[in-house]
Design a protein around this ligand. Structure first.
Ligand SMILES: Nc1ncnc2c1ncn2[C@@H]1O[C@H](COP(=O)(O)OP(=O)(O)OP(=O)(O)O)[C@@H](O)[C@H]1O
Ligand SMILES: [Mg+2]
Length: 315
């Protein structure tokens, strides 16, 4: 079985801005993949290429085993997409919008009505379902758009694209969406989502890629990314020069060394057990370390560090 998504060297330029610069992606089937990146990083552009809404200038991508340029209709049959910008028909009610989407996805009339009612209920829109969507608030539209994206029988959707699905949602709706993603994933659908929220990626995704400067700056499981880029750091301050020398000798790898302040920074997972062990190994006689401090980095720190340079690269 080919992977759900395989992209090699995707490149896309708008004007003189290279939005994607030889982007590679690999998403195994049945997994949840989160693409993170600051505004303008190219997340929506990536989703649009993978969902066949736009073509890459160079590179190739296959979704559900089909080429996104030469086999567009096959890709389209295998995917569902909910975009960053709601595509609801203002002149229809919420229920009608969902019913139409369900019919378009091939459900019979009664099945479409059942599905619409289910989704309205799930996203807290049952009462509003009979109202024209032009009267909906921003968050209600967002929910309706998501519901429309979930209308297809999960069995028929091999890959679900969700572009910033929870932006602008209230906490309860966000939980609903998270639950919906988990259910889709349990049913075997591969989920490709973009988000600004690391917490969300952390909770939902099997793997995360951080997009910046048109490429993936980092890729891995949430735990790997934290361990690699956001591990805690134990800073130990030596009592005096000799102590600093002894600590340096006993340190296998220090993240930072500052002889001026006699401080060594040592990576740790931050657990009490590991910190104790480090202190014991570094200072068995309990006289070389005068003070220590534990610095907690979060995935947000990783994200900010990795994406500091927000400017897209110019061609
Ligand atoms: N059709 C277009 N024409 C010109 N420039 C575009 C077009 N689409 C996107 N861009 C530019 O490409 C860059 C990436 O846009 P994209 O929408 O992919 O970013 P994003 O990561 O989804 O950002 P956001 O977090 O704000 O949604 C931006 O600089 C944007 O202005
Ligand atoms: Mg976007």
């Amino acid at each position: 079985m080919p992977p759900a998504i395989e992209a090699n060297g995707l490149t896309k330029t708008y004007g003189d801005v290279r939005v994607l610069d030889a982007l590679d992606l690999h998403v195994p089937r049945g997994t949840v993949f989160a693409l993170l990146g600051p505004n303008g990083a190219g997340k929506t552009t990536t989703v649009r290429i993978l969902a066949t809404l736009t073509t890459p200038d160079a590179g190739h991508a296959r979704v559900a085993g089909h080429d996104v340029v030469t086999a567009r209709s096959r890709v389209r049959r295998a995917i569902s997409l909910t975009g960053q910008f709601a595509a609801v028909d203002e002149a229809q009610t919420g229920a009608e919008n969902l019913w139409t989407a369900a019919r378009l996805s091939g459900l019979s009339r009664p099945a479409a009505a059942r599905r619409a009612a289910e989704l309205l209920d799930r996203f807290g829109l049952t009462e509003a379902g009979g109202r024209l969507t032009k009267t909906y608030s921003g968050g209600m539209r967002r929910r309706l758009d998501l519901a429309a994206g979930l209308v297809r029988d999960p069995g028929a959707t091999q890959v679900m694209f969700l572009d910033e699905p929870t932006t602008g949602l209230d906490p309860r709706s966000r939980q609903e969406l998270w639950q919906a993603v988990r259910e889709l994933s349990d049913a075997g659908t591969t989920v490709f989502l973009t988000t600004q929220y690391l917490e969300e990626a952390d909770r939902l995704a099997d793997r995360i890629a951080v997009l910046g400067r048109g490429r993936t700056l980092a890729e891995g499981t949430p735990a790997e990314l934290k361990a690699r880029y956001a591990a805690h750091r134990l800073d130990v301050v030596a009592s005096d020069e000799e102590s600093y020398a002894r600590l340096t000798d006993r340190t296998i790898h220090a993240a930072t060394r500052d002889p001026g302040t006699r401080t060594l920074g040592i990576p740790t997972d931050g657990s009490a057990a590991h910190v104790r062990e480090l202190l014991d190994v570094l200072d068995p006689g309990r006289r070389d370390i005068a003070r220590f401090g534990l610095h907690t980095a979060t995935l947000d720190d990783v994200f900010l560090t990795l994406t500091e340079d927000k400017e897209p690269s110019h061609v």
